[in-house]
Design a protein around this ligand. Structure first.
Ligand code: GDP
Length: 491
């Protein structure tokens, strides 16, 4: 397990068992075929159906993506007068992602949008608002781009995507409100809009939530060539609630709790700049260890806890669960023992530096009851979230990727940053349970039941009864309000 092998991985490994297309130029994105040298091999099988669906999607993207005649035609139709036919001759339709919140949220909403594209035959394009995606990820689809071409004033007919929000005139929710009166279902609507905005943010309203109802997809959305969406959620599990996709989803993901693990490794390859940050850090501090433990510490404003209290919780968790060795207070007197000792590298990722400092202090005399040598590292402690800055996001991505190289991970409840790390690693993390009245809870951490991220704001709407209804199973690791996935979720 000591760092990357010197050789280039064999063709099966480099494409992660066929998950990745072999058709890329290696040098344009070093991480794509090399990450498998650093990560533990995934024990989780990929369905051959998913592999062929990805290859089919890639050719669709190549045919319909930016720069193609089909794309030019589809953009032209967006400019057409209101009552003109908006259906394209090429049969290409699109779903456009726009960024909100931090990188973890963004990665999870892109993944959700990608699965929606896969299910509906749409092409996923990302609006790199304010350069949000510059030099961050490689292109995931061969021979094309997933970046929506510059949307400055005269280029792209859907303007000011940053302004889209709840209640926007062009939103699905507003369209449903206009078209269907009380008691009428959305099927009564005849929608000919050239584009529609889908609001899947935490504050979405009752009408927006109808996105997770079957009839909306058949009668309405299928006819709209361009959808734009915004989300701070891993809404992918909600797609499992829609009956028309059930059969296809079961073939794509015989184990639905592996959706992010597979799609995340398929979509998100750090750019060469970020990969350089990752490999340098790994090479300097982590490569020679026998075991790597990743600890992700996130402090949320809505769940305040003091540094000492949280540090105590981390210690309690890692000792109780045997994640970190037990330090001894005496200095080791057995000379030479350190050379044979098992080397454990602890990677702490956090905006704050105190936790790794305290842990480093704890192990500073180098002695543990099991004779392990523990070293503690933290790449950055940036103090505060600045998701508008390129360098900041590059560092965040580098740390998520490094977390994904761990042999065991501890994450913070409800952190999407943590979800990405655990998903890339393919590990069920130990989750630091959220504080109770500012104090660490009696059970400091619990093993997550799955590696799949939580869907924090599920629709909680029963489409058949047209009434509120529970649509999720609780994650139970934070304040008891997190939802793991759709109703039919099976571990
Ligand atoms: P969440 O808020 O924990 O769900 O995760 P997000 O990734 O969506 O937003 C948090 C953002 O804060 C990250 O994207 C980073 O920009 C920053 N951040 C939080 N924790 C860390 C960390 O451990 N390391 C770095 N480099 N940035 C962090």
């Amino acid at each position: 397990t000591a760092g990357p092998l010197a050789t280039v991985p064999d063709p099966v490994d480099r494409t992660l068992g066929g998950l990745l297309s072999p058709d890329f130029d290696e040098s344009s994105c070093l991480s794509r075929y090399r990450a498998s040298l650093y990560r533990r091999p995934s024990p989780h099988a990929i369905s051959s159906y998913l592999i062929s669906a990805l290859r089919r999607y890639e050719s669709l993207h190549r045919r319909c993506g930016p720069g193609t005649p089909a794309y030019v035609d589809a953009v032209e139709r967006l400019r057409a007068p209101p009552n003109a036919s908006t259906s394209s001759t090429s049969g290409c339709s699109y779903i456009v992602w726009t960024p909100i919140e931090g990188l973890g949220n963004r990665i999870l909403s892109i993944t959700s949008g990608f699965l929606y594209a896969l299910l509906t035959g749409r092409v996923l394009l990302l609006h790199s608002s304010g350069g949000a995606l510059d030099d961050l990820f490689c292109e995931p689809f061969p021979g094309s781009t997933w970046i929506l071409p510059a949307t400055d004033k005269d280029n792209f007919p859907i303007r000011d995507m940053e302004q889209l929000g709840v209640g926007h005139h062009e939103s699905l929710g507003s369209a449903l409100r206009r078209g269907g009166g009380e008691g009428e279902g959305p099927t009564s609507l005849q929608l000919q809009a050239p584009w529609l905005y889908v609001h899947l943010v935490n504050n979405y309203d009752a009408q927006d939530r109808l996105f997770f109802c079957d009839d909306v997809h058949g009668e309405l959305l299928r006819r709209v060539p361009w959808l734009v969406f915004k989300s701070d959620n891993y809404f992918l599990p909600g797609l499992f609630l829609i009956p028309r996709y059930e059969h296809e989803l079961a073939r794509l993901f015989p184990r639905r709790d592996l959706a992010f693990h597979h799609l995340g490794r398929y979509l998100f390859h750090p750019s060469n700049t970020v990969w350089d940050m990752v490999t340098r850090y790994h090479g300097s501090y982590l490569a020679s260890a026998d075991e790597r433990v990743g600890i992700q510490v996130r402090v949320f404003g809505w769940a305040p806890i003091s540094t000492d209290e949280l540090y105590g919780q981390i210690l309690d968790c890692t000792q109780r669960e045997g994640i970190l060795p037990v330090p001894t207070t005496s200095v080791s007197d057995e000379h030479g023992q350190a050379q044979q000792a098992k080397q454990v590298a602890v990677l702490v990722v956090s905006l704050h530096g105190e936790y790794s400092e305290k842990l480093r202090d704890l192990y500073k005399n180098g002695s543990t009851t099991g004779g392990e040598a523990v070293s503690v590292y933290q790449p950055t402690h940036l103090g505060e979230q600045r998701s508008g800055e390129q360098r900041h996001n590059q560092q965040a991505l580098a740390e998520m990727v490094l977390l994904g190289f761990s042999d065991a991970v501890v994450t913070t409840a409800a952190s999407t940053f943590g979800y990405v790390g655990q998903g890339l690693a393919g590990l069920r993390p130990w989750v630091l349970v959220g504080p109770v009245d500012g104090k660490a809870p009696a059970t400091p951490c619990r093993r997550a039941p799955t590696i799949e991220p939580c869907f924090h704001a599920p629709p909680n709407y029963d489409c058949r009864a047209r009434a509120s209804g529970e649509t999720g199973k609780k994650c139970e690791l934070s304040k008891g309000t997190l939802i793991l996935a759709g109703r039919r979720f099976v571990h």
